[in-house]
Design a protein around this ligand. Structure first.
Ligand SMILES: CC(C)(COP(=O)(O)OP(=O)(O)OC[C@H]1O[C@@H](n2cnc3c(N)ncnc32)[C@H](O)[C@@H]1OP(=O)(O)O)[C@@H](O)C(=O)NCCC(=O)NCCS
Length: 204
């Protein structure tokens, strides 16, 4: 496996496969997994442009996709302002996202309750400014240690940049990801509605 850091010069080469990995790895319980391939590519373009540290994992042994490019088996998107990328995507695609919400009203109901709960019950913001926004591994490559390789490499990158801690949030029902994070040393920071917030210190 080979980890390649994404930059503004190379990310466009991998955007299509990043969207494919997302589609393949995330369950339809995630709103974004209901986006079209083209919208997911746009979504990741916005995220990567707003991110400070993102990478992909390539299968450099035998894997190639159908047009002969090295196969992207996973990716990590992270930074202190990736949410600005999400906001940019939403502002450019309001109608599209609304149409997905209409097709999948479950998300609309969820959003309604999350908004009400956040008004009624103010929760403390996470202590971690640097956020791991998304980590995904192609399903046929899961449970082979690829997630751990990517996470270790990502954390080495953070240490090299002088970043000593970071955080993430994950849906509580994403049992596999929750177990992955807990086994990789994350500490639960808070639980808010259906999301769990984790924090990891890289100091020791
Ligand atoms: C969460 C995710 C990134 C983990 O990636 P992964 O490559 O499967 O992770 P790893 O292989 O390093 O570890 C996962 C499991 O594989 C096991 N494993 C690791 N190396 C292994 C090996 N060589 N052989 C067999 N099993 C192995 C680990 O012990 C762990 O199993 P356990 O949780 O039952 O103990 C992946 O499941 C995923 O992409 N999920 C969908 C997207 C998602 O939900 N992302 C998180 C959103 S916040």
């Amino acid at each position: 496996m080979k980890i390649v850091e994404l930059s503004k010069d190379n990310y466009a080469l991998y955007l299509q496969q990043i969207a494919e990995v997302h589609m393949n790895a995330y369950s339809k319980k995630h709103l974004t997994a209901n986006f079209s391939q083209q919208k997911l590519e746009e979504y990741y373009r916005c995220l990567i442009e707003a991110s400070e540290l993102s990478s992909i994992c390539l299968d450099d042994s035998s894997g190639q996709n159908e047009i002969g490019e090295p196969l992207v088996v996973g990716f990590v998107i992270a930074g202190s302002a990736v949410s600005k990328g999400v906001a940019k995507f939403l502002s450019l695609n309001r109608l599209y996202v609304f149409s997905v919400l209409l097709r999948k009203p479950r998300f609309l109901i969820e959003k309604f309750f999350v908004t009400i709960i956040s008004i009624v019950k103010k929760s403390k913001p996470s202590a971690a400014k640097f956020r791991l926004m998304s980590i995904s591994v192609r399903s046929s490559f899961q449970s082979k240690g690829v997630g751990k390789i990517m996470l270790d490499c990502f954390e080495q990158g953070l240490i090299n940049h002088g970043i000593k801690s970071y955080g993430l949030s994950v849906r509580g029902e994403n049992v596999r990801a929750v177990s992955f994070y807990e086994k990789n040393g994350f500490k639960l920071e808070k639980v808010s509605h259906d999301s769990k917030y984790y924090f990891k210190n890289l100091g020791q």
